[in-house]
Design a protein around this ligand. Structure first.
Ligand SMILES: Cc1cc2nc3c(=O)[nH]c(=O)nc-3n(C[C@H](O)[C@H](O)[C@H](O)COP(=O)(O)O)c2cc1C
Length: 318
């Protein structure tokens, strides 16, 4: 069975990678993930705000990076992981200024990252910033980082864009080699005893996969060369089957490993392989994008007619 897949210029042995999280923050953790058979890892994001707070805005590469500061630890960690692991290491960055994005992307590349994931997490709350403005800023970041580094670039998105197909195509034109759908927002919970809003971080559920499947199947037929990573709600081997069938080249797993332990990745991979095997698939490429909306099998569930029919035909479960 040929489970290999191409992602960010890498030929991976199968589509299961571990997403950005503290799971890979330590050498021990990363080794456990490698032992569980991950095809690649994404490190937790380096946030520019952490860098600024810790190091007083010093540019990377200068002697000004404080010893033991978060950026120094992060870069050193990346260097050690690259030295010790055989699997590819993708660094993740969340900048706040254009200069920061460029400088820290370059620093992560110099420390040996095989590829870079740009974490464009931003909840647009400022009424003066139109959707066009938000997208223009994001595109400029991708374009400038693309010009500054030579390693492949993935862009990790939140689901909240007015016209995701158009935006994803523009990201691709700006230099993105992959689109990661989606990051998770941490929803507001209201504490009515103390009258305050709390942002709660919870692990994902399988329900979250559904919006990813929809968008993978929509984007797969429209992106020209960028590949798709599905991140969010992949908890079983069968979830990866669905993601790949909708067009994903890889799936990123985090919550399932927190819940069931790192070694569970091996079970997911085996179940995925068994599914393909039982149904006579020769490999991942034969399954990939079978359910893209531009294929005859996949052109369901997105149109106004489907929406209308679904509402009309719905009955409460007995
Ligand atoms: C504890 C934790 C830390 C995370 N840290 C990051 C991060 O630093 N950068 C990022 O882009 N995503 C981060 N994520 C999001 C995950 O990479 C992933 O997109 C999300 O959890 C959905 O995947 P899952 O359903 O497999 O958990 C984090 C998630 C968790 C649970």
């Amino acid at each position: 069975m040929n489970l290999s897949t191409k992602y960010l210029g890498m030929e991976l042995p199968h589509p299961f990678i571990v997403g950005a999280s503290p799971l890979t923050n330590t050498l021990d953790g990363a080794r456990r993930v490698e032992d569980a058979g991950a095809a690649a890892i994404v490190l937790a994001s380096l946030f520019e705000e952490q860098i600024r707070r810790e190091a007083g805005c010093v540019p990377p590469g200068s002697n000004g990076v404080l010893e033991g500061s978060i950026p120094e630890i992060h870069l050193e960690n990346l260097r050690r992981l690259k030295e010790s692991l055989a699997i590819p290491v993708v660094a993740s960055l969340n900048g706040s200024t254009l200069g920061g994005w460029i400088n820290w992307a370059t620093a992560l590349q110099e420390m040996g990252a095989d590829a870079l994931e740009l974490n464009l997490y931003e909840v647009a709350t400022d009424e003066r910033h139109s959707s066009e403005h938000v997208e223009r800023v994001a595109l400029e970041i991708v374009r400038e980082v693309r010009a500054a580094v030579r390693i492949p670039l993935a862009v990790k998105l939140l689901p909240y864009y007015s016209s995701l197909s158009s935006f994803a195509r523009q990201l691709e034109d700006a230099g993105a080699d992959a689109i990661v759908i989606f990051n998770r927002t941490f929803e507001a919970e209201v504490d009515i005893e103390h009258f305050r809003i709390e942002s709660k971080m919870t692990l994902s559920s399988r329900d979250e996969l559904l919006s990813r499947l929809r968008w993978a199947s929509i984007l797969a037929g429209q992106l020209h060369s960028a590949s798709i990573a599905v991140s969010g709600g992949v908890h079983e081997g069968s979830d990866a089957v669905k993601a790949v069938a909708c067009g994903a080249s890889v799936v990123q797993v985090v919550s399932a490993l927190y819940e069931k332990g790192t070694a569970y990745l091996r079970t997911m991979r085996r179940d995925f392989e068994d599914w393909l095997d039982c149904r006579g698939f020769a490999g991942v490429e034969q399954l990939r994008a079978r359910l893209s909306i531009l294929t005859p099998e996949g052109d369901r569930g997105h149109s106004r007619i489907d929406y209308m029919r679904m509402l009309h035909d719905w009955r409460p479960e007995p």
